[in-house]
Design a protein around this ligand. Structure first.
Ligand SMILES: C[S@@+](CC[C@H](N)C(=O)[O-])C[C@H]1O[C@@H](n2cnc3c(N)ncnc32)[C@H](O)[C@@H]1O
Length: 452
């Protein structure tokens, strides 16, 4: 039986207090910061101004956890309770990274929260620590002589992740990526070409006071400069889908044609299934499978909203798909595999603190099993695309190489159909996009063909 999660009370009208509750839930209960934040905003109908600050404070404090601890270290003596540490991190985040909030207001708010959640003694300690910081300042990062350690603290990433990235991509690329991971993602949407042109979608959003611009990278992608896509009529009417620009690549690379039979092996919540259906002009068939049956509803809801009727869903573990589906029966297959998610750390900052090195090997094995099944289900001459939202070589190039080594009937083929700047970045049928390249998620795509 699934254990019922205790729901936590978060919103009392105080933004900083709510941010603290979310941070504590993420820390203690391994709640996902992005989900909890969205749930809170929707549940309590938090208005735009408070919403923006709550998001900034929650993400910012989480993003810079290690740097904040470094700044706090000279001022904290002995052990303190976790909630007090998070309150101090939240306050120092505002002092260091947000220029608009006066320091006396930050200290005052923190002291009030400490009084409410603790007692006078704690409030006085919080007051003392924060006042000392305003007087004496934070320690300089220059004191850290080891460059890897310094960049790990400054950008707040675990040292082993920094070392792994430097090893894979060199120092310059790593530093750019780590810094980009702390910049909030822009809001992007994909235009549903079954219902509207890009120009029409921009016009419809403008009627709802949302300014949208066509991306310079992927033509169906719009950058939203204000507002919230999910709250618009344009979204409800199925004209747009909220999706990161990098996530739009796999369906474009697979290029499913109208009339084809397509398998989306790890499909939920259906971002790429629906994109493929749009490319196919809603003609042909897509089988969208996922290991988690409850997630299939999301795919169906998305299809209904977007006016797509060629998608059938089924709860299937891709590692056993060949036992349930007809071998060599699909023209094209997408394996958008479960992965470590190191390309989406700016969206889900908790990832950087929870991932472990051993996760990569486990994921690599699952990815290989999924690809092995996909190959057996693919018709001779069929196309396969493998994608992840990570920048880990073990799961990307490593998985591709191991797959090819045991599947001589599969070959990598040049990636086509993407805009020029992306095509130029590919390497032998593989494309690794970094968050700093276009301000989109870190993403990997590889394209294969099965020889006839
Ligand atoms: C990266 S997400 C897919 C995102 C989706 N393609 C989209 O664009 O909306 C990976 C998905 O793989 C599913 N998954 C994990 N292990 C699986 C398995 N063994 N077989 C099938 N699906 C699996 C997860 O439930 C998750 O929904």
């Amino acid at each position: 039986m699934r254990k019922k999660k205790k729901s936590i009370h978060i919103w009392d009208g105080n933004v900083r207090d709510a941010a603290l509750s979310i941070l504590l839930a993420v820390d203690k209960n391994q709640a996902y910061s992005n989900l909890l934040l969205n749930q809170t905003i929707n549940k309590y109908h938090i208005e735009a101004k408070d919403r923006a600050l709550l998001t900034e404070l929650t993400y910012g404090t989480l993003q810079y956890k290690y740097a904040l601890d470094y700044y706090l270290e000279p001022y904290i003596r002995g052990k303190i309770e976790q909630w007090i540490r998070w309150l101090l991190r939240l306050s120092v985040y505002q002092m260091v990274y947000l220029s608009k909030i006066p320091e006396h207001a930050i200290v005052h708010e923190a002291v009030e929260i400490a009084k409410r959640r603790g007692h006078k003694g704690i409030a006085s300690m919080v007051n003392g620590i924060l006042r000392s910081i305003t007087r004496m300042g934070i320690p300089s990062l220059e004191k850290i002589k080891d460059p890897i350690e310094r960049i790990a603290i400054e950008t707040s990433h675990p040292r082993w992740i920094v070392e792994m990235f430097v090893d894979s991509y060199g120092l310059e690329k790593t530093v750019a990526m780590l810094k980009e991971n702390n910049i909030p993602p822009k809001q992007t949407v994909r235009v549903n070409t079954l219902k509207a042109t890009v120009g029409e979608a921009i016009e419809l959003l403008a009627q709802e006071d949302i300014q949208a611009e066509q991306s310079k990278v992927i033509p169906q992608c719009l950058n939203l400069l204000n507002g919230q896509a999910a709250r618009t009529e344009t979204f409800r009417q199925g004209i747009i889908t909220i999706q990161d620009e990098s996530s739009m690549m796999p369906a474009i690379v697979l290029n499913p044609k109208p009339g084809e039979r397509v398998l989306d092996m790890c499909a939920a919540p259906g971002g790429k299934t629906t994109h493929m259906a749009e490319i196919m002009k809603n003609e042909g068939s897509i089988l969208a499978t996922d290991i988690h049956p409850h997630k299939l509803d999301l795919i169906e809801e998305n299809c209904a909203r977007l006016g797509i009727n060629i998608v059938e869903t089924a709860p299937i573990d891709g590692r056993k798909a060949v036992e349930l589906l007809q071998p060599e029966s699909f023209d094209a297959i997408l394996v958008d595999a479960p992965c470590s998610g190191l390309g989406v750390m700016r969206r889900k900052p908790d990832i950087k603190y929870t991932k472990r090195e051993e996760d990569f090997d486990r994921l690599h094995e699952i990815q290989l099993e999924l690809l092995d099944n996909a190959e057996k289900l693919l018709k001779p001459g069929g196309r396969l695309v493998y994608s992840t939202c990570t920048v880990s070589k073990k799961e990307n190039e490593g998985t591709v190489e191991a797959f090819l080594a045991s599947h001589p009937e599969m070959k990598l083929v040049p990636i086509n159909h993407l805009p020029k700047q992306l095509l130029e970045a590919q390497h032998e049928g593989m494309l690794q996009v970094f968050p700093q390249d276009f301000g989109s998620d870190g993403f990997f795509v590889a394209a294969f063909e099965k020889v006839k």
